[in-house]
Write a protein that binds this ligand. Structure first.
Ligand code: BJW
Ligand code: ZN
Length: 249
């Protein structure tokens, strides 16, 4: 016999979850943790690669100093990501999109796992590890099928150097991405903030905008974050365990 699903959160959350028409979901690396994707921060640790903190290797300055090292770092991570699958958190969010007239999903993740779970129109604030972008002509190149060894890959259109199409520290977000996310935040009734340490801006401003505009803001994270105090409700736990229970009575 299957155990009955028990509820999480308050009665207020169940009411808002049942009645909201406009919902915004903001995710970070923690939503993919249960798929086996390492987070950047959390649990008292910071990701380090070959002795370099990720803030150094994933920075705009590193593109100038050592582009091959940047490719090596992203090739390594693409290798890890090739075999991972969406987890119950990604699946719950994808199901919510069928339930609501209007659900927007804004992610800081570059792993493509929301789309793999079936989410549509995902706003990727920090780009995608599955695309390259040409320094010279700006052309985009799909990387899923491309085998990249040690060298910097070349643009198929103009022969220029490609770079990963991700947003590194000190770089601007893709044109319009933050503006679209901010608009959804200003317009939603319910905002979930899931699996983010909420220290990277401007992404961390999105739930702040939602709260200021009157949305009910709910955080899902095993740890407290700088946003926790602003949230109407904090659900302490792993996204893959908590999300499937939200709204259940
Ligand atoms: C679980 C879990 C489970 C674990 N379930 N949860 C204002 C003040 C100060 C500085 C700035 C500012 N505004 C801008 C800046 C500069 C900078 C910034 O924010 N710095 C701060 C860190 C101080 N921002 C930028 O540079 C941004 N650009 C910009 O602002 O442009 C304008 C500008 C240009 C030039 C000069 C000045 C301004 C760009 C930021 C790009 C971030 N890029 C990265 C790397 C992407 C490529 C790569 O993957 O390598 O994006 S950094 C990294 O952090 C990655 C993530 O998307 C991002 C956020 O991390 P996230 O998702 O929150 O993950 P973690 O690991 O931090 O947290 C995981 C969480 O999950 C934890 O809380 C766990 O507890 C939890 N968890 N298991 C649920 N099972
Ligand atoms: Zn090119």
């Amino acid at each position: 016999m299957q155990a009955a699903a028990h509820s999480v959160g308050s009665q207020k959350l169940r009411d808002v979850f049942a009645n909201a028409e406009k919902v915004l979901v903001v995710t970070g690396a923690g939503v993919s943790a249960e798929s086996g994707v390492p987070t950047f921060r959390g649990g008292g640790n910071t990701a380090v690669w070959k002795g370099m903190p990720f803030e150094v290797i994933s920075s705009a300055g590193m593109l100038q100093r050592d582009l091959p090292a940047v490719w090596e770092w992203f090739n390594y991570r693409r290798g890890l990501l090739r075999s991972v699958k969406p987890n119950p958190a990604h699946q719950a969010i994808a199901e919510w999109q069928n339930q609501y007239k209007h659900l927007s999903l804004v992610t800081q993740n570059i792993d493509g796992l929301h789309q793999a779970a079936g989410s549509r129109n995902v706003i990727e604030l920090h780009g995608s590890i599955w695309r390259g972008r040409c320094f010279d002509c700006g052309g985009l190149q799909a990387l899923r099928e491309l085998r990249i060894d040690d060298d910097v890959p070349a643009c198929p259109s103009c022969g220029g150097h490609l770079r990963p199409d991700v947003v590194l520290f000190g770089e601007m977000l893709p044109a319009g991405a933050f503006e679209r996310a901010a608009q959804e935040a200003g317009d939603c009734e319910l905002c979930f903030v899931i699996g983010t340490s909420a220290v990277v801006y401007p992404a961390a401003a999105i739930p702040e905008i939602a709260r200021a505009a009157g949305a009910y803001v709910v955080e899902v994270n095993p740890e407290l974050t700088p946003l926790s105090g602003l949230c109407d409700e904090v659900l302490t736990g792993k996204a893959g365990e908590v999300l499937p229970l939200i709204g259940k009575s």
